[in-house]
Design a protein around this ligand. Structure first.
Ligand code: DGP
Ligand code: NA
Ligand code: NA
Length: 210
């Protein structure tokens, strides 16, 4: 039975998109807004570069180290798993988490490199399921034209084009695609409205147990 048992749970809200899609600033603005509305909320991001595994990932991304594609895939996943129990306890205690990237990025970047889709999904299974995923939709070309790619490993048009294709194939019923070429304020108002709905559903226990 699902009635009542979940009352007070926080929502797991994920933002996904290509590099330069505007995710990070939208995440920060959304979390501040929710906080101003009295919602218990934290803004997180993956990869979490502050942990030991996160530092290995960061070194890989900045091309200071190289790793086999499968090994870095598992490391990105492990970086989410090392936060799993904390995520679960926060959500259970009623804190909403707004997360910049999650398992979809994990799968999209590795499949873009040529790894098998089902193999890539494997290590993500069992992580807390998002209540809502915003996909900030922008073509790789338009994102690249915004400028501001740093020198990191995946910040190249050819790679982002492949990642875009995989992202589109991953879309499921929890996704809301948002046109990321709109103004920052227009995007933010969609995010706010949909997030408040999802948070209310979680709080009232309407969401099914995951
Ligand atoms: P960010 O800190 O959000 O800019 O992410 C750094 C880069 O790493 C970015 O190009 C996206 C990529 N990335 C994020 N999460 C994953 C993941 O789980 N797996 C892989 N392979 N790449 C990821
Ligand atoms: Na980046
Ligand atoms: Na970002």
């Amino acid at each position: 039975s699902s009635s009542g048992e979940n009352t007070g749970r926080g929502a797991l809200i994920v933002l996904e998109g290509l590099d330069r899609s505007g995710k990070s600033s939208q995440c920060a603005q959304l979390a501040s807004y929710l906080e101003s509305q009295g919602v218990a909320v934290e803004a997180w991001r993956f990869p979490d570069r502050t942990t030991a595994m996160g530092r290995m990932i960061s070194s890989y991304l900045s091309c200071q180290t190289d790793l086999d594609a499968a090994a870095i895939h598992l490391l990105f996943s492990a970086n989410r798993w090392e936060k799993c129990s904390l995520m679960e306890s926060k959500l259970k205690a009623g804190t909403t988490l707004v997360i910049d990237r999650y398992s979809y990025s994990g799968v999209a970047f590795s499949v873009a490199k040529g790894l098998d889709l089902d193999w890539c999904k494997g290590p993500e299974a069992g992580l807390p399921a998002p209540d809502l995923v915003f996909y900030l939709d922008i073509s790789a070309e338009v994102a690249a034209a915004r400028g501001g790619y740093g020198g990191e490993r995946y910040e190249k048009l050819e790679i982002q084009k492949k990642v875009e294709k995989v992202f589109k194939s991953l879309k499921d019923t929890t996704w809301q695609s948002v046109d990321a070429t709109q103004s920052i304020d227009s995007i933010q108002s969609v995010l706010r409205e949909e997030s408040v709905k999802a948070i209310n559903e979680c709080q009232s226990g309407k969401q099914l147990m995951q």
